[in-house]
Design a protein around this ligand. Structure first.
Ligand code: KG4
Ligand code: ZN
Length: 340
């Protein structure tokens, strides 16, 4: 069973083909990602109109490449899936329309995938993980703790009441004059800095509910940066390191509260999973690994190239849904907001 997956919700135009063999073996046959970073860098963030046009320009080429690198002729698939949201509506419509057209031409089923569900299920693509598991989903637009009980069955334990973690990284980077996207820039600077030079707050730490709040931390960084300006390279590195240390502490503490939330709901997770673009951050991965060990759980994080947005995760979520007979019709709409 082979599924083509298309992802266009933000600033990556991506297409991939994932298969499940008769033996049950899962294979990523191709995974093409075209990043629009260069097109948005000058603006310090994603410009929706530029993103939508860039998706239109690239999508046919990227889909063709996904077939080519899989060694397949166009149409040699069993279904086509596209992320139908949440995300920037112009981009979503490009991927969705393309997938519908492919479905109509090939006569193969079409699956409208929730982008967050795709991040949530990636651990099953890479690690064949059994349900249920505790998921920390951390991306540019979302920060949530979820008990993943099955395909389409998510118990939200907590979420952010203001900024998403990726958004906080991006804003700190912009504030400090570091290049977009902010997460990797801040991580790079932080590696050179002193995490103990500034004692930033750890918002919500110790609270029983596994919710997040990051705007106070962001403001604290801004106030210190303004106070010590002009900033030397050393200052920037120390600010990044101290900010990142606070984020790691917060994520570990909140995820610990998520584990308690699972227990309270009678859920015994098979593993602790981190997913979404921010899951690429090494200190965050290390912090969560320590927590998992402490809780006697294994820690699963996708390989780096599957943390950020990609087509393979959409193809995989499509496959998971297809196996359950969950297909969609041509009436499926782009959904800028689509909670899990
Ligand atoms: O999942 P994703 O690719 O797109 C969304 O669905 O949002 O996540 C992108 C976010 C951005 O905010 C980016 O700065 C952040 O993930 N990110 C990171 C790292 N790599 C990407 N944040 C922290 N450390 C990183 N290494
Ligand atoms: Zn994403």
């Amino acid at each position: 069973m082979r599924v083509l997956g298309i992802e266009t919700t933000c600033d990556e135009t991506a297409a991939a083909i994932v298969s499940v063999e008769r033996s049950g073996e899962i294979k990523i046959l191709s995974n093409e990602v075209l990043s629009q970073i260069a097109a948005h860098a000058a603006y310090g963030g994603v410009v929706p109109e530029i993103a939508a046009r860039a998706h239109v320009d690239a999508i046919d080429r990227i889909v063709a490449r996904a077939y080519e690198s899989a060694g397949l002729a166009p149409g040699e698939i069993d279904a086509v899936a596209a992320a139908a949201g949440p995300g920037l509506v112009g981009g979503v419509m490009v991927g969705l329309t393309t997938a519908k057209a492919i479905s109509l031409v090939t006569g193969k089923p079409f699956i409208a995938v929730n982008h967050l569900e795709a991040h949530a299920l990636t651990a099953r693509l890479t690690d064949n993980l059994a349900f249920p598991y505790l998921l920390l989903l951390v991306s540019g637009g979302h920060t949530q703790l979820l008990a993943v009980r099955g395909v389409g069955d998510y118990l939200k334990l907590g979420g952010t009441i203001d900024d998403a973690v990726g958004e906080a990284f991006d804003k700190i980077a912009k504030m400090l004059g570091l290049p977009y996207p902010g997460g990797p820039s801040v991580e790079r600077e932080a590696a050179k800095g002193d995490p103990e030079r500034f004692d930033f707050p750890r918002p919500m730490q110790g609270r029983p509910n596994p919710d997040f709040s990051l705007s106070g931390l962001k403001t604290a960084v801004r106030l210190v940066a303004e106070r010590i300006a002009p900033l030397s390279d050393r200052d920037v590195a120390d600010l990044c390191a101290s900010f990142q240390a606070a984020i790691v502490d917060v994520l570990v503490d909140r995820t610990r509260a998520g584990l308690r939330g699972c227990a309270a709901a009678g859920i015994t997770p098979s593993a602790l999973v981190v997913a979404g673009g921010v899951a690429a951050n090494q200190p965050i991965r290390r912090g969560l690994t320590r927590l998992a060990t402490e809780a006697g759980l294994s820690m699963v994080a996708p390989p780096l190239h599957l943390c950020g947005d990609n087509g393979a995760m959409i193809a995989w979520a499509g496959l998971e849904r297809l196996r359950l007979g969950l297909v969609d019709d041509m009436g499926a709409l782009a959904r800028p907001r689509w909670p899990l």
